[in-house]
Design a protein around this ligand. Structure first.
Ligand code: NAP
Length: 318
């Protein structure tokens, strides 16, 4: 059996088509949603991520602004940048690209973002809303994973779901979203014992560990749906041989390029799982789609209740 490919690019295109209609309506009503991205320093991966987010804004007709403080920026300076964006009425969404340099207090910066403009869904207010099942801005990667499951008609209600990873950005919100959709959720982390046995009972697996090909194919229940969030660049030849054994095309490409992008799930999972996201081309595109969706939603909500934003801004600055 070969797993059905859960194509993230296709879902991204569907979401973009839906958002285009909404952006057209908002623009006709005099509201052009806008995203401001803060990119600190010159990390090439971060530059690439931000570039694709700005390109998505342009594709959808959203306005965008890019702020590029130097890698030497202080926490206080960055707080001032965020506060300016909080006050700027043309900005609906604020994105602070992570990671920030070590001298910057990342938590303080993320908590300074107005929750009404927190399109990454990282602010504790939005995480709290998610915990209590209230409407808010949900972290883009887990929200995108839910879109992948739903739009592929994968039954979530009553399913046994295992989430690998408990970060604030992916694992925790993912587990909450699955729980709210009535799955029975097990959250695993680096101290979890007996991982293979837990996984073999899972109908849905979401792997977000950041460990190349860690999840072995024979830990997966035949027919399970597997969402691979992991994005790992490998350069080691031995590792490539372990992962691409049985995938001569991928091994060939690795040899030609000297590196490859792989998920947390061993590629051999394609022969066991019922459905599987590719890496790249699975979760990545839906993350960007949900960022756009959150920006449009933030624009809509802020215009519907302008005072909401102002109130949140004052409290977030503390
Ligand atoms: P993170 O903050 O480093 O968290 C990793 C989590 O994995 C931690 O909770 C850790 O447990 C857990 N873990 C580590 N080893 C484990 C093991 N052997 N068994 C079970 N759990 C284990 O990473 P993250 O920010 O959540 O990101 C995870 C991965 O997703 C990365 O590869 C990242 O690049 C990728 N990602 C992709 C996208 C996308 O759009 N495609 C977006 C975001 C992230 P402890 O808590 O015990 O340390």
């Amino acid at each position: 059996m070969t797993a059905r490919t859960l194509d993230g690019q296709k879902i991204r295109d569907q979401i973009f088509a839906e958002l285009s209609d909404e952006v057209r309506l908002l623009t006709a009503a005099g509201v052009r949603p806008g995203l401001a991205a803060v990119l600190v320093g010159e990390n090439p991966a971060s530059q690439l991520y931000v570039k694709s987010k700005i390109a998505a804004c342009q594709q959808l007709g959203l306005s965008s602004a890019l702020l590029t403080p130097p890698a030497t920026v202080s926490t206080l300076h960055l707080l001032a940048v965020v506060e300016d964006l909080n006050r700027d009425n043309d900005v609906d969404g604020i994105l602070v690209q992570l990671p920030l340099p070590p001298q910057v207090d990342t938590k303080r910066i993320l908590e300074a973002v107005d929750p009404a403009k927190d399109v990454d869904g990282f602010h504790p207010v939005n995480l709290g809303r998610l915990v209590s099942g209230r409407p808010g801005l949900v972290a883009c990667t887990p929200a995108g994973c839910m879109e992948i499951l739903r739009r592929n008609d994968i039954k979530i209600e009553g399913a046994n779901a295992v989430v690998l990873g408990r970060s604030d950005i992916v694992g925790k919100p993912m587990a909450l979203l699955l729980m709210h959709a009535n799955a029975t959720v097990t959250i695993c982390h680096s101290k979890t014992r007996g991982l293979p046995d837990l996984l073999r009972r899972a109908d849905i697996i979401v792997a977000a560990m950041g460990k190349a090909g860690y999840l072995e194919a024979d830990w997966i229940k035949p027919g399970a749906a597997v969402i691979d969030v992991g994005t790992n660049r490998i350069t080691d030849h031995k590792e490539a041989e372990r992962l691409f054994h049985g995938f001569p095309d991928r091994l060939e490409k690795f040899r030609a390029k000297g590196s490859a992008l792989v998920g947390d799930v061993h590629p051999g999972a394609v022969n066991i799982a019922g459905a599987l996201t590719p890496v790249p081309g699975g979760v990545g595109p839906t993350t960007i789609a949900m960022l756009m969706s959150n920006t449009v939603k933030a624009a809509r909500l802020r215009r519907a209740s302008p005072k909401f934003s102002a109130t949140q801004s004052t409290t977030s600055a503390r």
